[in-house]
Structure formats: C-alpha cells, structure tokens
Ligand binder design. Structure first.
Ligand code: PRX
Length: 631
C-alpha cells in the first residue's frame, strides 16, 4: 500500500499523472486529453477535451450492476414518510423530472433555482438539471424572501422548483408565500414555477406561471430523456454563500472536475463502497448536501439517506435507528448536531446495532475535543473531522483513511488532502510561516485541484479580487480562516478572519444580518458579531443604536424593539440568521475613519482582550458594551 505521504507528493508534484489516474473512477463519453490547464491563473481548468455527465455517473452507469439496489432512501420524521428508490426507480424519476424541465423550456445552460425541503423531488430536480445540462442553484429552505430574492436576481433562473412547505420540529413552514414575495422583490422573474404539493400549506397558484409537479408528471410519463454529454468545463451548478459584503457570491462549479473530485474523495476519504449506505445529515441547500447527500454517494454506487427532521425527534435515538435499519456504513454530520445529542442519554444510541458503521465524518465548524471524545466513546469508530468550504467542494484538510490509516488528533481536522497546496501565511506580509505552531491565514497555492470553484457566477473580477488578491502582490487563495500547523503537519483551524460567522454549522454573513436589521425604521446603526456558544459554535449578537432613544428608554420598549428586529430578520433572511440577542447602545465602536470595530466587539462579548485600540474614535462606545454585558 502507498503511504499517504507518497500519495500526496505525487498529487502536487505530478498533478497530471495523479489526476489522470483518478479520472478513471468515473465514466467519460469522451476521455479528457488535457488534465490540468493552468494557462490563465487563477482559473485552473481540469480534464479539457473530456465529455461526461454527473447524472450519468450518479445514476445511469449503475443500472447494469445495481439497478435493483437502493439508491435514494427518504425518511421524514416530520411527516412519517419513508420511501426507497432503487437506482432503476431513481433513473425513472429523474427522467420524468428532466422531461418536465424540458417541457417547461429549460435547456442546457439555463438556470433552475431549487427552493425545497428535504424531499425526493428535490434530488430528482437536481439530477434532472445535471442530466440535461441545466445549471441548478439550490437555495436553503431555511432562508426567507429577501435572501431568496437576491439569489433569484443573481441566478436569473428560467424555472424555480419549490414545494408548498417544509417542516421543522413539527412546525410547518409555508414556502409559497416566501417564494411569491421573493419573486415580487426580484427584478428577474422566472418564466415558470414548478410546485410539489405536499398538502401541508395552501398553494395559491399564479395562473400561467405555476405548475403542479404531479399533474405535469402525468403528461410526461414514459418519456426518454438521454443524458446530455457536457464538456468537462461546462457549469454544473452555482451555490450562494456569504462573504464580507452583503451580496452573496454564486460559487460556480464545473462538471468533470467535480465528478472526479467526488469519486476520488468517496474512495480515499469517505470509505464509500458501492452497495453500502451513506447517511449525511446536512441539507441539500448547503455544499455538504450537494457533495455528500446527492452526488458523492450516488457516484460511488451507494444508497444515500435523505433525512427531513431533527436529530432528537421523536427521541435522540432516531439517527441511530436509521443506522441499524439501513445498515449505514458511513455517516456525515456537523459538530453542532453531536453537541445536541450529547445532552441526551447515550443509552438511546447504544440500544441500536451500530456494527455496520465504519466512521463518522464531521465538518462545517470547529470540532471541540470534548464533543469528539463523547461521540468517539459512544460509537467506537473513527471520528473524522474534515475542513473545507463551499468554494472547495470537498475536504482540504482531513485524514485519508482510504489511502493509509492515520491517527486523528482531537481538535485538528488533519493534514492537507491530495491536490491541495495548503500553507499558513502571515496576515499582512503574505510571507509563508514555515515554523510549527505559528498562527496565520490558511491559504492555497495554484493549481487548485478538481472540484474547486471555477469562479463567482458572472463575476470573474470579484472572484479574483475577493479570493486571490487578499494579500497585495501575492496570488494565493485565501480561505479567510486562521490556522496553525503543528510539528507533525496537523493543522488547527482557529476561526474566520472576515465577517463570516458559523451558527450551528450554517455559514452566515454578519453584513447580511446587519442590512436586514437596518431595514427596520427604528434602527439608526447596527453591528452584528459572532459570539462563541457552547451548543451552536457561534451565535449572532446585534448591537443597535436606535433612531429614537425614547423607544428603548425602559425594559418594555427594549423588549418590543428587540422582538420587532428579530421578526424582521426572520421574515427577510430566515430564522437561521436571527440574532440570539439585540442589545441597545448609544454609539458603536469605530475607527477614526468610520470602520466598525467588529473584532473588538466580539472580543469583549467573549470576555477577551479587545487588542490594539489605537485607532478607536470613541473608547466609551466599547466601554458601554462591556458594561451592558456585565449587567
Ligand atoms: O470557517 C471554516 C468552517 O466553515 C467555513 C466554510 O463553511 P461552508 O462554506 O458552509 O462550507 C462547509 C463545508 C464543510 C470554513 O471557512 N469550517 C468548515 N469545516 C470546518 C470548519 N472549521 C473548523 N473545522 C472544520 N472541520
């Protein structure tokens, strides 16, 4: 067996040879003639000349050997639904969805925005897009009208696929009013809206625009829609993610590079074996859901579980009952979920037969050692922390047990994965920090491996400026995460360098939350910061300067305005973005040039030293926050 070290070295020293080998893990209609094309940095392209299709690799190619084996297992503890689709049935459903999309005028390169709960039709719609070469843009169902509107406007979809409602913890969330409001707010209007009716909330269809999934399906029954062979560098999807500005970025991904990256990661990292069952508890609205609920496991020929519900309903044993029932071989979740489970009796998981499970993968936020230890003791299988981003598509740092078994170190996601030239860099000089345990920014050198984002949708300049020019004079990709590397080469991630926060594994931009809060007429100024939280990792905390001091003169006034602000965030961005608290102040700490000192506010909130305050305009503003929190 190769050592991981040799494997890694080949990936960065001879990327062409390395990835030519990995490219064999998928089916190509026309094999690629050129592996890595780095002629136009920082735009690395992969597998030029190759033609393939993600849907073919996820579905059609498995029909021969495993057509009758389970492919998609849907479980909803919200509605009680439980259905299994074999690869043959999935193929049928995806063709039907593709026929409907085509019938509604969707073709290659058209965008389809998918705003859906965790139901099978969401997966059919994604795969149908991949099948015909349409570009999907899935928006997390927890987002509300304003978030959705900005994504509709940017993606300019021809079609939106949605459903009447989602459900969380038994509470029905009607999607249609949010969607209608979002379409109203967006300058771009879709030609058609395809609605799945779960009969959970009123639909109120717009005549001539809205279509019913089941009714339309009847018209297209039995239609054959072959996979469109796409260039490796065609676009498979865009997915919006938060950054430093209020305007989310459409992370754009290719076809061939993504397919190869996922096939390789399923083999080398995720211990994916064809015929096994993969259970990723994320949501299709996030990158983890794209890579490890939908495409990764299916490309690997595994059954994938699509789960709608909480980890603790009906009780904290529910996930483990699924592990037993469907003989789950690998599971993927987020540290937050484990911290939630940790509050419940371990006996609830121990009563199930978990012998099929080989590993648990955790990502999305730092995995603290006590949480890692607790779940490791409970499961007795390797707990594999993995660090990556929407932008990267698959893990940058973790342990590749499929190549060589390596011990994890609690608190560290691991070592650089093959293909990623990871380094720690000084924040301002850009100098690489080569000594162990020096804190700097985690950065990546060119060429970027397959699966990494192609660009920001319709904004190459923003892609270059945002990610590649953060340090003047040096071209390197910034993850915007702080990190250190220890003497053994293991990395530790120490939080974001920018205004992105991570609430229960959900990536949110503090600027977006601030913009939403500012829309309230009673708000003059606002600062939102992420504050450490034992359960959710971080929570958003808002500091507001009211327009009229009299509004918050007493407890009742403060309570009222806080409630209204939270409601505004709920209805515009969604409850995921709601701050845990809104506190009222008379001024916000800023630099003399007027820049908000978010890091100083955050430090004070977490009881840390706010650091260098030489540029602060008015030190009493920070003092006021300190006193408020102490009180
Ligand atoms: O700050 C890092 C954190 O989540 C960010 C990326 O979030 P997102 O784009 O939603 O992609 C999640 C894909 C897993 C990173 O910049 N993050 C992600 N994984 C870890 C992490 N922080 C620490 N440890 C991790 N394993």
């Amino acid at each position: 067996m190769t050592t991981y070290e040799a494997f890694y070295r080949q990936s960065v020293d001879q990327p062409d040879a390395f990835w030519a080998e990995q490219a064999k893990l998928i089916d190509w209609q026309t094999p690629p003639t050129r592996m890595c094309d780095n002629d136009h940095p920082p735009f690395t392209r992969w597998f030029g000349g190759g033609r393939t299709n993600l849907c073919h690799n996820a579905v059609d190619r498995h029909l021969k050997d495993r057509g009758q084996q389970p492919a998609l297992i849907h479980v909803s503890t919200e509605t009680g639904a439980e259905e299994t689709y074999t690869f043959a049935q999935l193929h049928e459903q995806v063709q039907l969805a593709a026929a409907m999309l085509r019938g509604l005028g969707v073709g290659k390169g058209d965008r389809v925005l998918i705003y859906m709960p965790m139901i099978p039709q969401a997966v059919f719609a994604m795969l149908a897009c991949a099948r015909i070469g349409a570009i999907h843009s899935v928006v997390f169902g927890g987002f509300a009208s304003v978030s959705l509107a900005s994504r509709i406007e940017d993606a300019a979809p021809r079609l939106i696929v949605s459903a009447d409602a989602g459900s969380r913890g038994g509470k029905v969330v009607a999607y249609k009013p949010l969607l209608d409001e979002a379409i109203y707010l967006s300058a771009h209007k879709p030609e058609a809206v395809l609605m799945v009716d779960r009969r959970m909330a009123p639909l109120d269809p717009a005549p001539g625009r809205d279509w019913d999934w089941d009714a339309l399906a009847l018209r297209h029954q039995g239609e054959v829609v072959p996979c469109e062979w796409l260039d490796s560098n065609d676009i498979s999807y865009t997915m919006y993610t938060s950054g430093t500005t209020g305007q989310p970025k459409g992370v754009q991904r290719d076809v061939g590079g993504y397919a190869v990256a996922l096939a390789a990661s399923m083999k080398h990292i995720m211990q994916g074996e064809a015929g096994g069952t993969y259970f990723c508890t994320s949501d299709i609205g996030w990158v983890v859901g794209h890579s490890y609920i939908v495409y990764g496991p299916l490309i690997a020929g595994m059954a994938t579980i699509l789960y709608e519900g909480l980890p603790i309903r009906p009780d904290a044993g529910v996930w483990w009952s699924l592990v037993e029932k469907f003989k789950v071989s690998a599971m993927f979740s987020a540290p937050t979920a484990v911290r939630v489970l940790k509050k419940h009796d371990q006996a609830l998981m121990k009563k199930y037969d978990l012998s099929s499970l080989k590993a648990l993968y955790l990502a999305g936020e730092p995995l603290d050692a006590p949480t890692a230890r607790w779940i490791s003791d409970a499961l007795g299988v390797p707990i594999i922390d993995n660090y990556w981003q929407t932008e990267t598509g698959w893990p940058i740092l973790t342990i590749a047990n499929g190549v060589e078994r390596k011990a994890s170190k609690f608190g560290s996601p691991g070592v650089p994965m093959y293909g990623w030239k990871v380094k720690i860099v000084h924040e301002t000089t850009g100098q690489e920090l080569t000594e162990p345990n020096q804190k700097g920014v985690v950065m990546i050198d060119l060429p970027t491996p397959p699966g990494f984002m192609q660009t920001i949708w319709r904004d190459d300049a923003r892609f270059v400026k945002t990610y590649w020019e953060s340090i003047p004079g040096k071209t390197a990709y910034s993850t915007f995460d702080w990190g250190i590397r220890d003497a053994d080469g293991y990395y530790y991630i120490l939080g974001r360098t920018d205004d992105v926060i991570n609430v229960a594994g959900h990536r949110l931009g503090t600027r977006e939350i601030e913009e939403s809060i500012s829309s309230h007429a009673g708000v003059a100024e606002v600062a939102v910061v992420g504050v450490a939280d034992t359960l959710k990792g971080q929570v958003a905390m808002a500091f507001v300067v009211p327009r009229h001091a009299a509004d918050v003169a007493d407890d009742a006034g403060q309570f009222k305005l806080e409630g209204e602000i939270m409601k505004a965030v709920d209805s515009q961005l969604g409850a995921v973005a709601r701050p845990s608290r809104v506190r009222f102040v008379t001024a916000l700490p800023k630099t003399r040039s007027g820049k908000l000192l978010r890091r100083a506010i955050q430090a004070v909130c977490e009881g840390r030293d706010p650091g260098d305050l030489t540029t602060i305009e008015d030190p009493t503003a920070l003092q006021q926050i300190k006193e408020l929190l102490a009180g």
